[in-house]
Design a protein around this ligand. Structure first.
Ligand SMILES: [Zn+2]
Length: 340
């Protein structure tokens, strides 16, 4: 439930399963038959917020076609997130409902004269977070819409929206894509790989799968960032760590180690001796050379593990080898420092 970024429309522009909805709106605008209120209805994470953004940009565009032109004054202000005729309403922080005062403010902005001389557009995402008072306030606007205004509501649970509101909006269904379509899109947008697991976890909703994968990657990164400190402990449980690495994100973890070691080598090579860099503080030149050689050895193991991972591999054993070598290298470094 984060606020929609101004670039949300880009996701909608390239999502193949949103094409029917996009075409329907573009045709309505071209024919001068855009309704005063649209209700985007579909499961969470299917792309309703991005589509709402895309529609708003098109409805405000001064040279609209199948999509917004991208170069008129309106499109430029939209891109800069400073369009004076666009208002957005969503959930703030941990709140579960949209406050009625915020709805009133939104309605007031819709009734003001357009600053660019075009439409006035307001997005309420998600509209099922309106409370009774908020919904009532909105209802008045829906009953007597300001000419030239467009209200875009999104809803995942239509049963939570008063029927009086839904009945005054034109419904725009946003169904889930076929799994193959979703997977191809995820591979193009989120990176190559097997997206079936996050997609299944997100109940087939592509944007939800993307968000899950991003959260997962961030968690993995945080976990890996602690690895050097853990490995530096004399009682580090290498076997247990290797087991954990096997459970998820094996390739990502290896890439993380590869980057970390590469960075250590780079810093070791580029910092002139005597070295007081955070990587190898106070390490004499000869010891540093030995340390860098040792790190190259770790890198060899990482690359061998990456190659092995492409076929059937004993993943815990691969990690055990890499982690043990890295731990030994960190141990050597620590011993040298203590001696120095
Ligand atoms: Zn434009």
């Amino acid at each position: 439930m984060t606020p929609v970024p101004a670039t949300g429309y880009r996701l909608a522009e390239e999502a193949p399963w949103l094409a029917p909805a996009r075409e329907r709106v573009a045709k309505a605008i071209a024919a001068g038959k855009l309704p005063h209120a649209l209700l985007l209805q579909g499961p969470p994470g299917v792309g309703k917020a991005a589509l709402a953004d895309w529609i708003a940009r098109l409805a405000l565009c001064e040279a609209p076609g199948a999509s917004a032109c991208g170069s008129c004054g309106s499109c430029r202000q939209f891109e800069a997130n400073s369009h004076p005729d666009l208002a957005r309403l969503g959930l703030v922080e941990e709140r579960k409902q949209i406050a009625v005062d915020d709805v009133r403010e939104l309605i007031a902005s819709l009734t003001l004269k357009s600053l660019r001389g075009g439409r006035k557009v307001a997005i309420v995402d998600p509209a099922d977070a309106l409370n009774v008072n908020g919904a009532n306030a909105l209802l008045k606007t829906l009953e007597e819409p300001t000419p030239g205004s467009l209200l875009i509501l999104t809803v995942a649970r239509p049963e939570r929206l008063p029927a009086t509101i839904a009945s005054r909006c034109q419904r725009l269904p946003v169904p889930l894509p076929e799994p193959a379509v979703a997977q191809a899109w995820l591979a193009a947008v989120g990176g190559a790989g097997d997206w079936s697991a996050p997609l299944a976890l997100a109940a087939g909703a592509p944007l939800a799968a993307l968000a899950l994968a991003a959260a997962d990657a961030a968690g993995l990164k945080r976990e890996m960032a602690e690895l050097p400190a853990i490995l530096s402990r004399p009682d580090a449980d290498i076997v247990g760590l290797a087991e954990r690495c096997q459970q998820r994100g094996a390739a990502e973890r290896l890439r993380w180690i590869e980057n970390w070691v590469t960075e250590r080598i780079r810093r070791g090579l580029t910092t002139p001796a005597p070295d007081h860099s955070p990587a190898t503080p106070g390490l004499p030149a000869a010891a540093r050379t030995r340390h860098i050689q040792g790190l190259y050895g770790v890198l060899d193991d990482v690359r061998a593990a990456q190659a092995a991972l492409k076929g059937p591999a004993n993943v815990p054993m691969l990690f055990e080898r890499v982690l043990l070598r890295l731990a030994r290298e960190l141990e050597v470094l620590r011993a040298q420092r203590t001696r120095g």
